[in-house]
Write a protein that binds this ligand. Sequence first.
Ligand SMILES: Nc1ncnc2c1ncn2[C@@H]1O[C@H](COP(=O)(O)OP(=O)(O)OP(=O)(O)O)[C@@H](O)[C@H]1O
Ligand SMILES: [Mg+2]
Length: 236
Amino acid sequence: MTLLELEDVTASYGSVQVLDGVSLSVPDGGAVGILGANGAGKTTTLRAISGSVRTTGRIMFDGRNIRSLRPEQVAKLGIAHVPEGRGTLGQLTVRENLRVGAYLRKDRKGVASDVDYLLDLFPQLRNRISSSASALSGGEQQMLAVCRAVMAKPRLLVLDEASLGLAPSTAKTVYQAIQRLRTDAGIAMLIVEQNANLAFTVVDSATVLETGRNVLTGSSAELRGMDEIRRAYLGA
Ligand SMILES: Nc1ncnc2c1ncn2[C@@H]1O[C@H](COP(=O)(O)OP(=O)(O)OP(=O)(O)O)[C@@H](O)[C@H]1O
Ligand SMILES: [Mg+2]
């Protein structure tokens, strides 16, 4: 089943149109990547889904058109967005950030067991549970941002550049945990990532954007085999 489908989506900031007919689809439980150079429209595509930019076209989630919903309505339907530059609450502790992520949930036992599950998945955070988020390393903050989003129990996790600014080994750890969230928790994912090698450790397929349009869409195996993808995104 298709969980998320964008069809011919445009998006504008004021009078400047930056998406010019983007289409993509994420199967239930699947993981899809968005690749593209700086300024191609990757972040804007995620903002279009979250309802934080003006759009036209169709954005279907779980069978309903969510295109004109507000960000909090989209979040309530089960789409959690980890924005570029993280989005942890610096003054709050790790534990408080996780609780804030679950603020819409009423199942207190479920919340407690999800905190435990996530702290098993990211043991570094367990060690820092009472530290304020602003005192964490960049990698730990990224892990916390992902965990905070997962605490909402989303059906779709939307990640924007989760590896940005992280040491390669830390980025790898973050992506291994993301992969486990996908397989264990069955959360579908839409992943924007500059480091395509990392993205391909998780996504089954990807689409390449250029100036606000899809120029190529294919399975991870197909895309990895293409010379132009290797040169542009895989450093080969
Ligand atoms: N708030 C904004 N107001 C006006 N223009 C914007 C705004 N945010 C982005 N843009 C423009 O929209 C286009 C697409 O930007 P977007 O941030 O979606 O690209 P991106 O693919 O995420 O790039 P990057 O890899 O650098 O994060 C760019 O030309 C950018 O300058
Ligand atoms: Mg971006």
